[in-house]
Design a protein around this ligand. Sequence first.
Ligand code: ADP
Ligand code: ZN
Length: 737
Amino acid sequence: TINTGDADEVASVVALAARLRVLLPLPLADAYDYRAPVGAVVPVGAFVVVPLGRRQSIGVVWDGDPNPGLSEKRLRSVEQVLDAPPMTATLRRFVDWVAAYTLSPPGAVLRMAMSAPSALEAPAPRAGWRRAPHPPDGARITPPRRRVLDLLADDTPRAGGQIAEAASVAPAILRGMADAGLIEPALMPRQAAFTRPDPDHPGPSLGPEQATAADALRAAVSRRAFSTTLLTGVTGSGKTEVYFEAVAQALREGRQALVLLPEIALSAQWLDRFRGRFGVAPALWHSELTPRTRRETWRAVAEGEAPVLVGARSALFLPFPDLGLIVVDEEHETAFKQEEGVVYHARDMAVVRARLSSAACVLASATPSLESTTNAATGRYASVHLPARHGGAEMPDVALIDLRRTPPERGHFLSPPLVEAVTQTLARGEQAMLFLNRRGYAPMTLCRACGHRLRCPNCTAWLVEHRAARRLQCHHCGHVEAPPEACPNCGAPHSTVPIGPGVERVLEEATALWPEARRLVMASDTIPGPAAAAAAAQAIQNREVDLIIGTQIVAKGWHFPHLTLVGVVDADLGLAGGDLRASERTFQLLHQVAGRAGREEHRGRVLLQSFAPEHPVMQALVSGDLDAFMEAEANDRRPGHWPPFGRLAALIVSSEDERAAERTARDLGLAAPGGEGVEVLGPAPAPLAILRGRHRRRLLLKTRRDIAVQPLLQDWLAKVTVPGNVRVQVDVDPVGF
Ligand code: ADP
Ligand code: ZN
C-alpha cells in the first residue's frame, strides 16, 4: 500500500529541489532562484555557474527555501556545477552571521569567502610536454631533438619555455617533434606544495611559566569545543612560542589552525620562528599573492592540504573544513578592522568563526584592547598571563623628558637629554632608535608671508611634505603635487616653510648630530614589502645599523637584540583629537615601541619627549602598570556606556554634493531612534569632513550593552529615503572616531 501522505511530501521535496537558491558574490539584497540541472544532485554549498543578465556568475547554492511565487517560466537554469569542495555549513553560517551583524548584503560577505570569484575559476591547465611513450620508428633525430629527448628522459612533464631554454632549441622545434610523434602534450603537476608542519619538530624549550601557559592552551584545543583565551604578557615574554604549542596541538588533533597577523608583510622574523618550531613554512594568505598562488592556496585550504595558514584578516573567510584553532596575534591592532566594503573587525569575527567551528580562539597581546580585557575580567574569556620576559631579560626603564623644561633648539626636535642619551648609546657601540609616528619630512607647509597652509584639494587634510621625493602628498587620498615655487594664496616667492617634523626631518637632524652613525629609516614608504622588511631586520640583527628612525611599523613585534635605547620624539602625538580610544591607542603604541628596547643581556632605556608628562598615559608608561591604566580607562568609559560597556554604531553619510549629504544627515537625525538606553549623537561633520572629494557627516548610535543595535539601525534606515548621489555607510563597533 502507498502511504499517500509520504508520497506528497516526497513530491514536494523533489519540486523544491528542482529550484535552487543561489547566493551570488554581489551586493544584492538576497539570493536568487535558479532551476537545478536535470538529473543532477546538487548539494547545498555547491559552487555553480549561473546566468546573470547577459553574463555569467559563480555562486553558491544557499540554504533556505526558494521563492515559490516565482513563475517557472522566468526561472533560468544553473549552467554548471563546479568541481570544487562545496562550501561548508560552518562557513555559510559565518557568512550569514557577518552579514547580519555588519548589516551588509550577504553576497558582499560571500565575495570575501570566495576570495573574489577568481579563486574558483578552473585552474588554467598548465600544459607541458613529455616524451611519447611509443615514438614512431625512423623519426629523424637531429642534435637539437636529441637534446630535448635527453632533457625529458625522466618522463616528468616540463613547460615548453623551460625545455626550449634548457635544451637551447627554438620553440618551433618542439612543435615539429610533436608532429613527428616524438613528444606529446602533458599536464604539469600543481606547483605550490603545502608540506605538513611537524608538531613534534624540536623547537625551543619553554621556560616554566611558558610551559604552564602552553598547557592551558593545549587543553583548550584538545577540548574540541569553542573557547576564547586572552594570552597576555609583556613584550619578549614569549607569547609566540606559547601559542605555537596550541598550533601543534591542533595538528596532532588532525584539525587546522589559522593565525591572523596584523601586518603580514612585516612578518619575516615571525616566519623564521615558525620554521624553527615546525620545520617548514606555513601557507600564507594576503593581498599580494599572485592569482595562481591564491587559487592553489584556496584549494589547499578547502581540501585540508594546508593544515596551518597564516594570514591577514581576510583569511577568516577561507574554506577550512575543520578549523580547530584561531590565533589573533597583536589583537589590539586597528589593522584588524576593515573599513571599506564590508566593515568588520577581524578580531571579533575570529571569535564568531571559532564558535561556529567549535574551535579554540586565542587572542594574544602585550597591550590587549579594553574590549578583550573586560571580557577576560568578566570571565567570558579565559586568561593566561606570562609575567616576565623570556630568559630573565628585564623590562626597559622608561623616563620622561619634559619638553617645557628642556626644549630642543629652535627648529630642532631632539631635546638635549635625548641627544645626550643617543650619543652615549652609540659611543658604547649599541643601537638606538628614534620613534615618530609620521611619514615624510613635515606634516604641514605654511606661507610665511600670508599664513596660508597647503591643503589637499580633495580632503580636509594638510599636505605632507616628502622632501626626498620632492613632493607634497595627501596621506588620505594619495593626491600628489610638486612643492610650490610661490605661495598659491598670496603669490610670495619661496615663502613656504615646513611646520613640525616627520621621520625624514628627524633623519636630517640625526645626520647632522651623528654623521658617523649608520642610519636606517623604517616607514611604510621606505620598507614597502616583505623582502625589504626582512632585509632591514637582518641588517639590524647583524649590527650593520646603529640608529633606526621609524614610524609605527617599528612597533610590530620585532626582535632587535642589540637595541638598548628608544627615544620617542613626540609622545603626545596620538592624544589630540576627540577619539574615544586616543589614550588607549597611544598607550598601546608607545608601550609596544618601548618593548623593542633591551633584550637578553642588556637592560633597555626608553625616553619619552612630552609636553604633558603628567598625562595618565605618560604616567602609566613610566610605571609600566598596565592593569592600573586599563582600570582607569574602564572607569572613564563605564558611566557613559561607552564601549565596551555599551554599544556603538556609526552612520557615515557622504556625497560629492555637500547639501545632499547635509540633507540626508538631517533626515536621519529627525528619524533617529530613541527610548530607554538608546541615544543618537549628531549629525556632525565626520572626522575627515571631506575625503576624496566627498562631504561626510556622521551620526552615532549609542545603546546600552543589552540592546542589539542591528534592528534599531534597520528600522532607522528604512525610514529615510537616500538619494542616488548620497551613500550611507553603516559601521557597527566603529574604531577611530
Ligand atoms: P612576545 O610575543 O611575548 O613579545 P616573543 O614570543 O616574540 O615574545 O619572544 C621574544 C623573543 O624571545 C623571541 O626572539 C623568541 O625567539 C625568544 N624566546 C621566547 N621564548 C623562548 C624560549 N622558550 N626559548 C628560546 N627563545 C625564546
Ligand atoms: Zn586628500
